[in-house]
Design a binder for this molecule. Structure first.
Ligand SMILES: C[S@@+](CC[C@H](N)C(=O)[O-])C[C@H]1O[C@@H](n2cnc3c(N)ncnc32)[C@H](O)[C@@H]1O
Length: 384
């Protein structure tokens, strides 16, 4: 290639190199194809912890991201034409150069891959945020899709649930626009479906940098989450076998999520969010026993003598007290229906956004209610 065009190539590659340094955890691979006459010579780079494992013409070396421009220019100089394909999660950048010109183009995965028509009746006309077709690798890995790319009948509910979760917190995620890299803590992550889906949505749809931490005290689900992250090449995730109440984050946490964390594990998640001053906390509580075993309210005794009514009232009081204490700690809270109560009674979603240092009136109301109901919730005990 002409010297002048090598200079132009260098300019494009310098930009690419900056992107690679910035987004190293999103980098998937780099392919180079050089042409000399009718012959083609190929090379490939893939990410390793120690650097880029780069092979060209049978020679392998480990390159630091800042060495990539010089290395690729040195190679390109020796050929008539070059094509470099740089693949990052959700985006492909192609640089093509020859004696005449050097050009760069961006291929956005979201636009390139066609949407598959989903005909399953239960799926109906819902406009999914996590779309079959575009999100196939993710949906296959988490077991929503079959190998043939069809939504499994027994996974339609799960698919609806996770998609609806993203829909319900989309505004909240967009409200974190000013955060350079959103750190998200998934408490009682289980197999981490929700984190994988949010990771896909933030990284590949909203193009927002993020890091996920999954916590669960079950070793089995932590190992399986790690394996899934490896299969998906999602390198912006860490998983720890840890009790939520003992976890101390090593970085700022912007968003705490928990989906069906059993009983007081939800309180532990909320308290952790408050303790680390998270900008937002989103929780779908699970079954609860604590308030049910504690609360007493004489005027309602003629009604509460019916066990089922006492239990239902306890559910309302548990989530009501949680919402009020979040308000007292400076969050703006909304309690919304997550999914249809016909699917599961655990269908409330608490969505909290930090808006102030605290709300004295809400704290007084909370303390008063605690006295009236004779309860002592774990959430409050774990905040301090
Ligand atoms: C019902 S599962 C939900 C898993 C996942 N969030 C989901 O929705 O698919 C509840 C998870 O919380 C975990 N868990 C419960 N209490 C916990 C605690 N104190 N610390 C860490 N994990 C906990 C359990 O091991 C389990 O994996």
């Amino acid at each position: 290639m002409k010297k002048q065009n090598i200079m132009k190539l260098k300019l494009f590659l310098t930009g690419l190199e900056e992107r690679l340094k910035e987004n190293y955890l999103l980098f998937e691979n780099l392919d180079i194809t050089c042409t000399s006459g009718t012959k083609k010579f190929k090379g490939k780079g893939s990410p390793k912890d120690e650097g880029i494992n780069f092979n060209f013409n049978g020679v392998t070396k480990i390159l630091k991201p800042q060495e990539i421009t010089d290395q690729l220019c040195d190679i390109a100089e020796q050929y008539d034409a070059v094509e470099i394909r740089y693949v990052e999660r959700g985006t492909t950048i192609v640089i093509e150069g020859d004696h005449k010109n050097v050009k760069i183009k961006y291929e956005d995965k979201e636009i390139k891959e066609p949407l598959e028509k989903v005909t399953t009746s239960q799926i109906g006309n819902r406009d999914y945020l996590i779309k079959v077709g575009r999100a196939n690798p993710l949906l296959k890995e988490i077991g929503i899709l079959s190998k043939e790319g069809k939504v499994k009948n027994d996974m339609i509910r799960k698919y609806n649930q996770i998609d609806h979760f993203v829909e319900l917190i989309e505004d909240l995620l967009k409200g974190l626009e000013d955060v350079e890299e959103i750190n998200i803590l998934d408490c009682g992550c289980g197999k981490s479906y929700l984190s994988f889906v949010l990771n896909y949505y933030l990284t590949e749809v909203l193009k927002k940098k993020c890091h996920f931490i999954g916590l669960d005290y079950s070793e089995g689900v932590i190992e399986s989450s790690k394996k899934m992250a490896e299969n998906l090449k999602y390198r912006n995730m860490s998983f720890f076998k840890e009790d939520i109440k003992n976890y101390i984050p090593d970085r700022d946490i912007h968003l705490v999520i928990s989906l069906h964390a059993c009983d007081t594990a939800t309180d532990m998640a909320l308290a952790l969010g408050v303790r680390c001053n998270a900008r937002a906390i989103v929780s779908v509580p699970c079954c609860q026993k604590e308030v049910l075993s504690q609360y007493q309210y004489e005027p309602l005794q003629p009604i509460l003598k019916h066990g089922i009514l006492k239990a239902r009232m306890a559910d309302v009081l548990t989530d009501g007290l949680r919402a009020l204490l979040l308000e007292a700690k400076g969050y703006k809270v909304s309690v919304v229906e997550y999914i249809s109560p016909l699917e599961t009674p655990k269908n409330l979603l608490l969505r909290a956004e930090k808006v102030s240092y605290g709300n004295k009136q809400a704290m007084e109301q909370y303390q008063e209610l605690k006295k009236v109901l004779k309860v002592n919730p774990t959430f409050e005990k774990l905040i301090y």
